[in-house]
Ligand binder design. Sequence first.
Ligand code: TZP
Ligand code: MG
Length: 228
Amino acid sequence: MMAKSVDYSLYLVTDSTPAILGGASLVDVVEAALEGGVTIVQYRDKSTETGVMVDTARRLHAVTKKYNVPLLINDRVDVALAVGCEGVHIGQDDIDIKTARRLLGESAIIGLTVASVEQALQGCDDGADYLGIGTIFATPTKTNTKDIIGTAGCQAILKAMAPKYSNVGTVCIGGINATNLQRVLYQSSDNSKRLDGIALVSAIIGAKDPKEAAKNLKHLVNTPPAFA
Ligand code: TZP
Ligand code: MG
């Protein structure tokens, strides 16, 4: 698989639950986050009927296209196909990567959630464009997660990927915010592949001002701390 030129550095994953979104409209929040500088968006929605999901995905895609940012759909290859967006993000219990690739084609961006070295290497072998590594820290946003792997777990995966899979993108997810972002992104990486980005839900979607939150996170993403 040829590496695609995708900027994973500030990766927004959406959440439509009122607890995180408050009363705001998801499309407006995503547009504000795009203004603040998010580089890729995943529409993740576990509770909405398919028809409404397709409609929301279409409206999100109209916005992401304005900013030239890829839109991926969590779990749902059918929704991605219906909307004609740039790809999907799939988990270990969803459709397999090879089938998703067959359905969506070579140009689609396909990401996979991984929590172990074994899952990561399998995903790379199967042709994932990028890996979503996590859960890094426990988070109220996803409480049913089995695997809290910490930065050490992430580091082990990055180390196992190098150098054979240095062309596969890497982002980490789970409990990341402005306070811990640099520690996660710039963790020591001797002989390791570097993370290509940070994926977040509540630090942007749940922020009072999602544009300012994204702007601040983007600044942190692009600023190696003194200890790096
Ligand atoms: N996968 C692992 S943790 C998580 C997902 C979708 C949620 C991360 O949410 P937050 O609010 O950034 O901790
Ligand atoms: Mg899934």
